[in-house]
Design a protein around this ligand. Structure first.
Ligand SMILES: Cc1ncc(COP(=O)(O)O)c(C=O)c1O
Length: 346
């Protein structure tokens, strides 16, 4: 099957050695800088959207509908790229500040008192129609998005629905392609493959693509998905399903590399980090110049750090995928501020 792809990201992203942080962790640490895939649309999602939006255009869509948390990086990347391609975008964003009375088809963000910051600010700047929904409504997100698509069709629009995180078989191909890119980068300098890849996992598509691509291109022996929400069995099932879908689209895809999900660093809740995790984000910044976020990449690196501290990864060659998330960090400036001030008081 021929699968279309749009060239939207700045590729290849750098593959960088981070010696001071690696030394601290006792490993040979490399970072794939997917935080540099673009400008305001940067992060891991643009790789998936190269496939998803190509499909949308092939189907002559003039509007995209997707969903996520109120600070969703995926929603921001989708809305930004939609603006670039001249498509309308409708975002259903889960807002835990809403009460049960707000249950329904979503409240336009401009009718709420919510401050526009981080990803949400970008969503609004690029003209996305943002509807905030309760956590209970979010559980019915498929239904809500389908109903919105049906309503839009009745008004003459041609909507294309993208699942949470862009995580389906088609989106996952973006990370198969990313692994091919890493293979080429290794070959250029005759470097050996990695022992392990570590990355954040929020909806499973990145994990599925990495495991399949690392297997296909011999990039690494194993891949660890550090879950930032949900438990291991939930993600294992989801990632398996996405892999099945991806194989139906690309017959070259065979066995993934060894892969596992680890929920030990997910912290207090989705989008909430522990003070220790935030201190670690600051420490990483000082040892490497890498800016991680408290929702995804900071938790993934925290998980890697703990495994390194136990000594089980001593001297291993590890690739950390920096999947972006800077706007999410900026939206949590107040919590980060507390950690930075405490430090100055000491
Ligand atoms: C910055 C960042 N890193 C990692 C992830 C996880 O990717 P996935 O949703 O494909 O599991 C996401 C999105 O959920 C993200 O926004």
């Amino acid at each position: 099957m021929i699968v279309s792809r749009l060239r939207l990201a700045n590729l290849p992203t750098p593959l960088q050695c981070v010696p001071r942080l690696g030394e601290q962790l006792g490993i040979d640490l490399w970072v794939k800088r997917d935080d540099a895939t673009g400008g305001p649309e940067a992060g891991n999602k643009i790789r998936k959207l190269e496939y998803l939006l190509a499909d949308a255009l092939d189907r002559e869509a003039d509007m995209v509908i997707t969903c996520g948390g109120v600070q969703s990086n995926h929603a921001r990347a989708t809305a930004t790229l939609a603006a670039r391609l001249g498509l309308r975008s409708l975002l259903f964003l889960r807002d835990t500040c809403l009460s049960d009375d707000d249950e329904g088809r979503g409240i336009p963000v401009r009718r709420t008192a919510r401050s526009l910051d981080g990803n949400l600010l970008v969503d609004c700047m690029v003209g996305a129609e943002v509807r905030l929904i309760t956590a209970a409504s979010y559980r019915r997100r498929h239904e809500l998005m389908e109903a919105a698509a049906e309503g839009a069709r009745r008004l003459g629009a041609r909507p294309y629905v993208i699942p949470e995180g862009g995580s389906n078989g088609l989106g996952a191909l973006g990370y198969v392609t990313a692994m091919r890119e890493v293979r080429q980068q290794l070959d250029e300098v005759s470097d050996p493959p990695f022992d392990l890849i570590v990355h954040a996992c929020g909806s499973g598509g990145t994990s599925a693509g990495i495991a399949l691509g690392a297997g296909l291109y011999g990039v690494a022996d194993a891949s660890w998905s550090m879950a930032v929400c949900d438990d291991e069995p939930t993600f294992e099932k989801r990632i398996e399903e996405i892999m099945v879908e991806a194989r139906q689209l690309d017959s070259e895809l065979g066995q993934p590399c060894a892969w596992s999900v680890d929920a030990s660093a997910k912290g207090p809740a989705y989008a909430r980090s522990s003070s220790e995790q935030r201190d670690r984000i600051i420490e990483v910044a000082r040892l490497s110049g890498l800016i991680l976020d408290p929702v995804y990449t900071g938790k993934a690196l925290d998980g890697l750090w703990r495994h390194c501290a136990s000594g089980r990864l001593q001297d291993k060659r590890v690739l950390f995928i920096h999947t972006g998330g800077l706007p999410g960090l900026l939206a949590q400036a107040t919590v980060m501020d507390e950690n930075l001030r405490q430090e100055n008081d000491e």
